[in-house]
Design a binder for this molecule. Structure first.
Ligand code: COA
Length: 506
């Protein structure tokens, strides 16, 4: 693609502000908070963070890094390995960074993705000193057109002292017109957000810039990383099929029609596979109102199943990136990208009555869900937007395989080792074994149904024995507290959740 900078940098005054990535990085001081564009490996600021890492080879400093969500291009790996991050907010999914967080080398705030903007607006967390935002263009009237994600970029630009723009010439000009930027007023002075349907446009096509705050524009040329999801397998196909069974029953009971309701689907391989399962279903004219638009959403658009998809980011495999980004004109009528505080806004999720589908690491017999902490202590990725959607949706569904690590771990446990989503917010659980609809069930009823329909057969006896002992002790939500974490303590001690037979213990 031959690109003329003047086609992308169309504002006369701003076109005089081009600087190098090194010059931009030199504006950053020890202790500053940076607001980086980027959401699930899409639309991340790339060149200035890398130049900052280079600078750290000769100079000691730390910065706090705020983003939309996870970053691509190994930026989280390289920055955390360089030891320059003091605190990271609000989401990451990088294995090297995970190691640094769990070793205590850096701090991490695992935050609902809709809330960061509100905290910044309120001044409830350290403000952004420098926003570093990727753009596909800067318009004649001084608006920044984001690339493949919007994330938190509008609030970073609005509240930062300085703004550095990475104008990425490898990004696709047809992205212009695909964003809808609406920035709510301060709480207490805010009216209803005027969005009734996933396809509504309520804002501008770009983020308004305060010209005095723009400290420099860096010209870049690096594409986004591909997504890291793995393709569906037999078990994720079974999960999809049980979920479709649940939705069909909702239609039969008159609670939904074949158009369903706007759908949100979480990140990860399981959530992507579940949406894929809809390709061969009878459902039609679907709407997606989600956070991340993964491969499956575009497959459903291509198949004519999804009529509109709204998100705050795309995250695609290499193959899908080529077919989507080279045919953006085709998708423009059917896809919108919004700020994450709008894609994940509780007011809108409740108003539209979303079907929310998110993934659990583990869940307990009463329906509490842990999506983030392995064995209650080690951070996996973060809560992301799952809490925003789960708490406020029409029906909140959690999907997971019933076991992990070759059967050593049961995803159904007596008591979750960390709570992200409480029993009050979780409506339906789906594993490859079946589904449990918890709505209208009391705790004791839930326990029986979850074990019967969702637990792996290998763990059923141990779970039922726990419930029997707990019920004998009584209570609204019966537990045997001294044994509630036995699955987890067994895992730490024996490498498996079930108590081994004496002859198995070496
Ligand atoms: N204990 C320990 N490890 C577990 C586990 C458990 N109970 N359950 C799963 N795992 C491991 C898997 O073995 C796998 O490990 P591997 O990468 O070494 O193979 C890993 O966790 C991922 O599990 P997988 O089954 O492949 O699911 P996924 O890719 O769909 O990810 C989550 C699942 C929960 C980690 C992921 O969905 C997530 O981070 N969710 C929270 C954020 C969120 O929901 N955002 C969406 C809002 S829009």
């Amino acid at each position: 693609m031959t690109v003329k900078i003047e086609d992308r940098l169309r504002h006369a005054e701003l076109s005089k502000k081009v600087i190098t990535a090194e010059e931009a990085a030199s504006l950053i001081q020890d202790g500053m908070a940076l607001g980086l564009s980027g959401f699930t490996r899409s639309g991340d600021a790339k060149a200035v963070p890398m130049a900052l890492v280079e600078r750290s080879k000769n100079e000691k400093f730390k910065v706090d890094v705020y983003t939309g969500a996870s970053l691509g291009s190994d930026i989280d790996t390289i920055m955390s390995d360089a030891g320059i991050i003091g605190k990271r907010v609000p989401f990451q999914s990088d294995s090297a960074m995970r190691g640094h967080i769990n070793n205590g080398d850096m701090y991490y705030i695992d935050q609902h993705l809709s809330i960061t903007a509100e905290y910044l607006r309120q001044g409830a967390m350290k403000g952004v000193d420098v926003a570093i935002i990727e753009a596909v263009a800067i318009t004649e009237d001084g608006m920044l057109i984001p690339t493949t994600s919007v994330g938190n970029s509008p609030i970073f630009i609005k509240t930062a002292d300085k703004v550095i723009i990475e104008l990425n010439l490898s990004s696709y000009p047809a992205l212009e017109g695909m964003h809808d930027i609406y920035i709510p007023d301060n709480q207490g002075e805010r009216g209803p957000i005027p969005l009734l349907n996933a396809s509504d446009r309520i804002g501008t096509i770009g983020i308004p810039l305060d010209l005095d705050k723009v400290a420099g524009i860096v010209i870049t040329n690096q594409e986004d990383s591909e997504s890291a999801i793995v393709p569906p397998d037999a078990e994720t196909d079974q999960i999809a099929s049980h979920l479709l069974g649940f939705l069909r029953n909702e239609i039969k009971e008159g609670r939904l029609t074949e158009e369903l309701a706007p759908m949100q689907s979480g990140v990860g391989s399981v959530a992507n596979a579940v949406l894929h399962g809809m390709l061969d279903s009878e459902f039609k004219d679907l709407e997606v109102y989600s956070e991340v638009l993964q491969d499956a959403v575009f497959d459903l658009i291509d198949a004519g199943k999804v009529k509109f998809a709204s998100g705050c980011s795309t995250t695609l495999s290499q193959e899908k990136m080529e077919s989507v980004y080279h045919n953006l004109e085709k998708y423009k009528e059917k896809v919108l990208l919004r700020p994450q505080e709008i894609s994940n806004h509780p007011e809108l999720i409740r108003r539209m009555g979303l079907i929310a589908i998110n993934t659990a690491l583990e869940l307990d017999i009463y329906g509490n869900v842990n999506s983030t902490h392995v064995s209650g202590t080690k951070m996996m990725n973060g809560i992301g937007g799952s809490g925003d959607f789960t708490r406020n949706s029409r029906v909140s569904i959690f999907v997971t395989k019933s076991y992990a690590k070759g059967g050593k771990i049961s995803s159904v446990v007596p008591f979750v080792s960390h709570v992200d989503h409480t029993e009050h917010d979780v409506d339906v659980i789906v594993t490859e074994q079946g589904y449990a609809d918890l709505r209208g069930l009391a705790p004791r009823e839930r326990a029986a149904l979850i074990i019967e329909n969702c637990a792996h057969p290998k763990f059923k006896d141990a779970l039922n024995a726990y419930v029997e002992e707990a019920n004998a002790r009584g209570g609204q939500t019966p537990h045997v507290l001294e044994k509630a974490f036995e699955f987890h303590t067994n895992l730490a001690k024996y490498g498996q959740m079930l108590t081994p037979e004496p002859e198995e213990v070496k």
